[in-house]
Design a protein around this ligand. Structure first.
Ligand code: GTB
Length: 217
């Protein structure tokens, strides 16, 4: 059965692959599962039809027959569990890969989101300038540990896994903050993720939504 995912009809990132449908597209490309995309506007996301799929009125969602999922981490986990290629066979290695998925969304991503909120939504507040260094330090803390753990390895725990997929996408959200370049091994890690053919296909597909031109084959 071909799953259907939802994505922004008009992504504020103008096709840079920062919205969370990118994680789901990338996972589906890694496992070789074709998928369909339903584009939704910000208005439609808040209407009952979409809230029936996503209680919080956001993208991405995932529909596969009777199954409806939301939360990019849960969707990527489902894909990784049901198709080969994103989780190791060994039970302990599998559990560790899932642990890295959680680390990406619950340890590394929250302070990055805080920075984006500070930069995009609070620049006019009187305390904004004073607060930014604190927010950046809260990002550096997990990045220091992540960088130490990765060392000169290619991936977080042996072969590329769903844990790396989630972590690379989360780190991409550091964008123009300059924080990623403080960690050469993490910069190289993100570049390795972006160099994967599956990543490139997923990126091209979401960029095509913005340009209105089909991805080059
Ligand atoms: N925890 C959920 C998940 O992981 O799926 C979070 C889902 C979520 O926040 N979705 C966002 C959304 O639907 C899109 S990804 N927002 C619409 C709304 O809340 O009304 C967040 C995002 C948005 C824009 C950019 N960007 O432009 O760079 C990057 C990421």
């Amino acid at each position: 059965m071909i799953p259907t995912i939802t994505a922004f009809e008009s992504s504020p990132d103008r096709g840079q692959g920062l919205a969370r449908d990118m994680r789901v597209r990338w996972a589906l490309e890694e496992v070789g599962q074709p998928y369909e995309v339903r584009l939704v506007s910000f208005k439609a996301m808040k209407e009952p039809a979409h809230r029936a799929l996503h209680p919080f009125g956001k993208i991405p969602t995932y529909e596969e027959g009777d199954l409806v999922l939301f939360e990019s981490g849960a969707i990527v986990f489902h894909i990784a569990e049901h198709y080969l290629g994103l989780l190791p066979d060994d039970a302990n290695a599998r559990a560790r890969a899932v642990t890295w998925m959680f680390a990406a969304v619950s340890t590394v991503e929250p302070p990055i989101l805080e920075l984006q909120t500070a930069v995009l939504l609070e620049p006019d507040k009187t305390w904004s300038e004073q607060r930014l260094p604190l927010v950046k330090d809260r990002i550096r803390d997990p990045l220091d540990q992540l960088s130490a753990h990765l060392g000169d390895a290619d991936w977080l725990d042996g072969a590329f896994s769903a844990g790396d997929l989630m972590m690379v996408h989360v780190l991409r959200r550091l964008g123009r903050s300059g924080l990623l370049s403080e960690y050469p091994n993490l910069s190289a890690y993100v570049a390795r993720g972006e160099a994967r053919p599956a990543y490139k296909r997923a990126f091209a597909a979401q960029l095509a939504v913005f340009t209105g031109k089909p991805p080059a084959s």
